[in-house]
Each structure stands twice: as C-alpha cells, then as structure tokens.
Design a protein around this ligand. Structure first.
Ligand SMILES: Cc1cc2nc3c(=O)[nH]c(=O)nc-3n(C[C@H](O)[C@H](O)[C@H](O)COP(=O)(O)OP(=O)(O)OC[C@H]3O[C@@H](n4cnc5c(N)ncnc54)[C@H](O)[C@@H]3O)c2cc1C
Length: 526
C-alpha cells in the first residue's frame, strides 16, 4: 500500500509525535514562556479546505501525467517553512498550483515545458517539497496564466552503478531511502543524510546544495556530484563525467544550487563509498559552549575529519533531553570502511580534553549522544503540533570564520532575543549547535522559540527572522550554509552576493529560460 505524505505537517500520514513526546515538547514551552496553557486552534482537514478552480487544463498528450486532485494540489501548495505551516493552519490555499504534473521521463519533462511555454504557465520543480525557504510555493510570474507544480517523484530509479569508479547514475526524483536501498546490494552508499532524508530527493538536494548529517569533509551534496543532466526550456544538456577538471568554470556547478530556476535536474552521476564497517564515538561534555567550539577547531585544524563532532549549547542539550542543561555537549564519532579508527578517536579525545572536554561513560544506547539523536529525528514532527498553539519555533543556519565566531554568535543571539521580546512582549529563547565544521570556521545552527499570537504569527515570525538575518549578514555570515535561498532568503542573499555575480546569473537565466518559466522569484527576479 502506498503511504501518503501529509499535506499539512511532516512525514507520512500515519506518523506523528507520541503523547509522551508532545508532552515533553510542551513541557519545555510551558516552562520557557511561564504559561499554564496554550490557546489551540483547529487544523483544517482536506474536506474543509477550499481550493481555487484550476485556470488551465492540460493538453491531451499530457493528461495521463497531470492531476487536479484536491489532495495533490494541497500537497503541492507549500513547502515546510514556518509561514507555510501557518498558512496551512489558516486553510489559506489560494495559491494552490493549477495542475500537478508527474513526468516519468526527460521527454515528458520537456513536454510539460513546451506546454507551459505556450500558455504561458510558471513551472515549479518539486522534489520532496521539504524546502524550508519558500522554494516550492507555486508562485506565478507576472503575465503567467497559472502555475504547474512539476513533481519529479516518478523519476526515481538508480539507472546504473559503476563499481570500478564507485559512482552511480540516478534519476532526480529518487527519495533518500529508495536511493540507499538500491545501493545497499552493491555494498555502496551515497552517505548523504540530511535530516529530511526520508522525505527529500536527489534532485532537490542538488538543486539546493543540501548539507548531510556528517560534520566534516564531504558535508554538501556538491562534493558527490560527478555530472548532471538538465532539461531546460532551451533543450537538454549533460555535463561530462569526470573525477576533476580544470577546464574553466564548472558546468555542473551552474546547476548545483540553481533551485529550480534554470531547468530540471533529471539525472546525475554521484560518487559513492563502501558502507562503513568501523565506527567509534562517544559524548564529550564541556563546561562551556565556546570551549567545545575551541575543541572542534583544534580537531579540524589537526587534520582530523570525524563523521560527527556536533556541539550543542547547554540550553539545546536540555531542550533535546540529552542532559540537564548544565554543560555543553559534543557528539563525537568516527566512521570508515577500510581501517580501524581507534587511534584517530584517541587523538580527538586528547584534543577535546585539552579544551576541558570529558568523555561520557554510558551504557550503549543510553547515552546523551543517543538521546540527542532520537530527539533530532523526531524534532520535525513537533512543528505541526506547536503552530496551532501559536508557538513560533524555527531554525536558521549559517557559517562564519573561526576568528569572528564568538562576536558573531553574540550579535545574532542578542538581535534575535531583542526582536522576540519586542514582537511578542515576553522573553523567548535562542539556542545554538554547530552542525558542520571546517578548518577555517564552523556552521552554527540556531533554533529560536517565542510565544506568538494567533492572527499575527507570520508577521511576528517575519520580524524575528528579519532581525536575525540582518544581524548575521551584518556580522559577516552567510544567509544559509545548507537550507538554500528560495524566496524567503532573497533580501539577504541579494546583499551577500556581488552585484556583478547577480548580473551573470541573470544572464545565465535568460540564456536557458528566456521566457522566465521556472520558479519566479527564487534566487533572481524574472
Ligand atoms: C525537517 C526538515 C529537515 C531538513 N534538514 C535538512 C538538512 O539536514 N540539510 C539540508 O540541506 N536541508 C534540510 N532541509 C531542507 C530541505 O530538506 C532541503 O533543501 C532538500 O535538499 C530539499 O529537497 P527536496 O527534494 O524536498 O526538494 P524540494 O523542497 O521539493 O525543492 C527544493 C528546491 O529545489 C528545486 N528542485 C527540486 N527538485 C528539483 C529538480 N529535480 N531539478 C531542479 N530543481 C529542483 C525546487 O524547485 C525548489 O526550489 C530540511 C527540511 C525539513 C523540513
């Protein structure tokens, strides 16, 4: 039986937080906001939602791959950002796509593009729809008669595995679990595990330059892409499969991070590795978050590349139930397939100890690292329960060089907390973890929590988001380390990128998508 994804919330329709998990989350927020109860609003069911009448009908040749089913149009109305969830709570589906198309081949993708170009319609490539930055909302460009959501999930095959070079050719719409299941019999893995792994696709990862779970070395999908095949309004192109090349700017690089604005990534060759056989790891406690950060820097600058060296500040530790909030936590782990890792692990522990780190001794499966991991996996299911209670809870992530990290952290924290107090009239919370790290700097990942007001949640969220984003750009960071730009990050992305680069990107867009059919407003203006 096919499991359907929720059109409101995270995951499959048969998955949700357990009562105990919900109580734990709410317990955190009761304590944080000093309130006894939350005013809870009803989330409309599909039958209670009204969708606008489609403005167009597909031509006979495309009828078999197009649908106007209410569930499909609701599912493709939003991604998974905070404002998307609030719109869903309000039953605000006015911007639903007119049509959802499910191409099965590159030729069918080209067929939809031809039709959309003639009408004209805006085309929104849709992988898993897990965008948290307004990347898949069916926005119409000026003059377009409607919008078609182009769902790639039927292009879901691993086409070919090359065990000699350790690479595979795969279709863009394949989801994480299916991709790994197909590689497993070959003893290989892509080893790219974003938190959204189960509900996001290879094409979406490449289009957004996603970041996987591993903290060092090959952190982004970019590092795995050998070549891409892309269908654009000007035709299809395929880049050469090469381990490396010095031949001018990288052609595949134009499409890695193109966020559905230049065409559709229908296939790609990806570098693989054997499945890990050696693992060692532990939780390491630090008296202070910045001591933990100093230890991460020492590890990376010593040339160690642990699979995990995530650090959590004490409040994040408490929120995730990994500890009591009196210390910062490093989740340290090494993984490999060829040689034992104990000597690297010992060296990492010694470096951590130099910075005040104390390795935990816990029963397997009982430790802080495991508790954090469980909370991390279950976290995405909380939002659909918190938004109806007017809780504003969101994350943002960035990167900064080490020498600026502490002042950067202070500026972003202060700006976010000030904005929460100003907008909501009461204190909130911001916590930080470092999810990825490099020899020259960390990628800090912030979570913020505030008690909002029904009817004003999007405005309140936006004011907090603006303050945080202004602060991180002013302090020299990037608007995103891996969540992408979409529409929500545009104002800050525009500040971050050089103007001449924006002009060059605009020229590439005009060359490949002269009618501005693809994803209007994402990355660049139509
Ligand atoms: C709970 C949760 C956890 C997350 N964790 C992570 C994480 O750990 N790391 C991370 O990097 N991100 C994370 N994200 C963000 C999101 O999952 C990533 O951006 C992911 O790469 C999107 O993949 P997708 O298939 O869902 O793409 P979608 O959300 O469907 O699309 C994203 C963008 O790519 C375009 N696009 C999609 N497919 C194609 C294609 N085949 N060709 C051209 N353009 C295309 C879309 O038009 C859109 O602009 C998370 C999101 C959620 C909700």
């Amino acid at each position: 039986m096919t499991r359907l994804r929720k059109f409101y919330g995270w995951g499959f329709q048969d998955e949700e937080l357990s009562a105990a998990e919900e109580a734990a989350w709410l317990g955190n927020f009761h304590r944080l906001f000093s309130v006894d109860r939350f005013e809870e609003r009803h989330v409309p069911s599909l039958a209670e939602i009204s969708l606008p009448t489609p403005r167009v009908t597909p031509p006979p040749a495309l009828e078999a791959i197009c649908t106007v089913e209410p569930y499909e149009r609701a599912l493709h109305s939003f991604g998974k950002s905070y404002p998307d969830t609030v719109h869903g709570l309000h039953g605000n589906y006015a911007a639903a796509p007119d049509i959802v198309a499910y191409p099965r081949t590159g030729n069918e993708v080209a067929g939809v593009i031809d039709w959309a170009g003639g009408v004209p319609l805006s085309i929104i490539p849709f992988g898993g729809g897990s965008s948290v930055v307004g990347g898949v909302n069916p926005v119409r460009r000026h003059g377009a008669k409607g919008a078609v959501s182009l769902d790639l999930s039927r292009m879901n095959r691993v086409i070919e595995v090359d065990p000699t070079s350790r690479a595979a050719r795969m279709e863009g719409g394949i989801f994480g679990p299916a991709l790994e299941a197909e590689l497993r019999p070959h003893g290989l893995t892509l080893r790219h595990f974003p938190q959204s792994f189960e509900h996001s696709t290879l094409g979406g990862w490449i289009a957004t330059r996603s970041g996987g779970h591993y903290a060092t070395l090959r952190t982004h999908i970019d590092d795995f892409v050998e070549s891409v095949r892309v269908v654009t309004p000007r035709g299809a192109l395929e880049t050469r499969r090469l381990p490396a090349s010095g031949a001018g700017p990288n052609p595949a690089g134009l499409f890695i991070g193109s966020e559905g604005t230049l065409g559709v990534i229908t296939e790609a060759w990806l570098r693989l590795t054997p499945r890990p056989r050696h693992r060692c790891g532990t939780a390491v406690w630090f008296p202070d978050f910045f001591q933990a950060a100093a230890a991460v820097r020492a590890l990376l600058q010593a040339g160690l590349t642990p699979a995990n060296c995530r650090i959590l500040d004490p409040e994040e530790v408490r929120n995730t139930g990994s500890g009591d909030g009196s210390a910062a936590l490093m989740v340290l782990g090494f993984e490999g397939w060829d040689h034992p890792l104990e000597s690297l692990f010992s060296r990492a522990l010694a470096l951590a100890a130099d910075h005040g780190g104390r390795a935990a001794h816990a029963e397997p499966g009982q430790g802080a690292a495991e508790k954090w991991r469980t909370a991390f996996i279950r976290m995405p299911y909380a939002r659909e329960r918190m938004v109806p209670r007017a809780i504003i809870s969101d994350t943002f992530e960035t990167a900064i060089t080490w020498e600026r990290f502490e002042s950067f952290h202070a500026a972003v924290t202060r700006a976010t907390l000030d904005a929460i107090r100003e907008v909501t009239g009461r204190p909130g919370q911001i916590t930080c973890r470092v999810t990825h790290a490099y020899p020259d700097g960390p990628a800090p990942y912030f979570s913020f929590h505030a008690l909002g007001r029904h009817g004003a949640l999007i405005e309140q969220w936006q004011a907090i988001k603006n303050a945080a984003s202004d602060a991180l750009i002013a302090a020299g960071g990037t608007i995103t380390h891996h969540h992408a730009v979409g529409r929500d990050h545009r104002p800050w992305y525009d500040k971050e990128r050089p103007d001449l680069f924006a002009a060059a990107l605009g020229a590439a867009k005009s060359a490949l998508d002269p009618g501005s059919l693809f994803n209007p407003g994402v990355l660049i203006d139509p």
